[in-house]
Ligand binder design. Structure first.
Ligand code: FMN
Length: 336
């Protein structure tokens, strides 16, 4: 299989070694979203388990000084493992560790009971995409909120929906403010520019121009433009338009912050985004309003709440086709 997105559940090695089954499931893991498409995970496979580390070289000190987006990315990825390994009947236990670069260990078993309720999520993993652009003016199904709420099993984290147009517009303005603040700093732009690539790049990580919906030719010079010029006004405007077009914003919040809470936030976020995508409802992540400086306090005022907003994504219909962003192969992420 040359393209990681072409994974097929029929290829699961039913009579293969457990380590081959674990590797197969990791093929679903790596399709998860990650901040800047940095794919910050590393896997260490033992006879019946897989330890998950983050790669310290892939931290983003400017965009993600606390490491929150790093752990959310690991959580999104681990949720894909949970879905796939439970579907194939090989999941045994998730051990939360969070020591140094080691986050968790997932223990597997040979042949457990398959959970076919997860099939729709498994089938959606290779179809999910983080869309960018303007949402259609189309109402979401009435019961979608209830469905999403039922997917949260962790009492420590809460889902909050914002569908009031005025509040969405204020969050869009705070997103724009976050981008202006971030891109006003040359050191942030320098870090960002390293992750931006042209639409024809052969790199297996980062943000290719097409995934940012950028004109083809512009994608070749944008990394240099971002590095040396302050494009914050333009980027702020584009992001404001996108966020304000969304019929719904979904926040994930908690009382406390810790790597474990961020990891669980990522797990829930991935499950919610997959559930939505399974119904052809698209999602678009925008963390600037909660990540940059103290802007999150203004977000709390808008939504009238004092929990910490850990993650947010916009929800709606968007019928333009956006290609998948690249991924490193599983083998590239396995360490001895
Ligand atoms: C923790 C986290 C934060 C993210 N923040 C943003 C963001 O602020 N703006 C944005 O456009 N995309 C954001 N993304 C989306 C990633 O850029 C996207 O997942 C990645 O490029 C891979 O693309 P894909 O999800 O379509 O496969 C974020 C993703 C994660 C997991």
């Amino acid at each position: 299989m040359s393209n990681p997105w072409d994974i097929k559940k029929e290829d699961f090695p039913v009579s293969g070694l457990l380590s081959d089954k674990i590797k197969f499931v990791l093929g679903y893991a790596i399709l998860a979203p990650s901040t800047h498409n940095s794919q910050p995970w590393l896997f260490k496979i033992d006879s019946n388990s897989c330890k998950i580390y983050y790669d310290p070289k892939l931290k983003l000190p400017q965009a993600d000084p606390k490491g929150r987006d790093l752990y959310i990315s690991l959580g999104c990825m681990a949720e894909n493992i949970m879905i796939a390994s439970n579907y194939f009947g090989i999941f045994k236990e998730l051990k939360l560790i969070f020591e140094g670069t080691l986050a968790v260990e997932i223990v597997f078993r040979e042949n457990g009971e398959r959970n076919s309720d997860l099939e729709y999520l498994l089938d959606t993993i290779p179809r999910r995409v983080n869309v960018r652009g303007v949402f259609e003016d189309k109402t979401l199904p009435d019961d979608i909120g209830i469905e999403l709420l039922s997917l949260n099993k962790d009492q420590r984290i809460r889902i909050r929906f914002v569908d009031d147009k005025e509040k969405i517009s204020k969050i869009a303005s705070l997103t724009a403010e976050g981008l202006r603040m971030a891109h006003g700093r040359p050191i942030f732009r320098q870090e960002m520019s390293k992750w931006m690539t042209s639409s024809l790049s052969s790199r297996k990580d980062g943000l290719p121009g097409y995934s940012l919906r950028m004109p083809f030719l512009l994608s070749f010079i944008i990394p240099v433009l971002v590095k040396f010029f302050d494009l914050s006004l333009l980027l702020a405007k584009l992001n404001r338009i996108s966020v304000s077009s969304a019929p719904l914003i979904c926040f994930i919040e908690s009382e406390k912050s810790s790597p474990e809470i961020w990891f669980e936030t990522g797990r829930l976020a991935e499950r919610l985004m997959l559930h939505l995508q399974s119904k052809e409802i698209m999602t678009s992540i925008f963390v600037a309003s909660i990540e940059i400086g103290d802007l999150y306090k203004k977000v709390q005022e808008v939504i009238g709440n004092d929990l910490i907003p850990q993650f947010l994504f916009c929800v709606g219909y968007m019928n333009q086709i956006q290609g998948h962003s690249p991924r490193h192969k599983v083998e590239k992420k396995i360490i001895a």
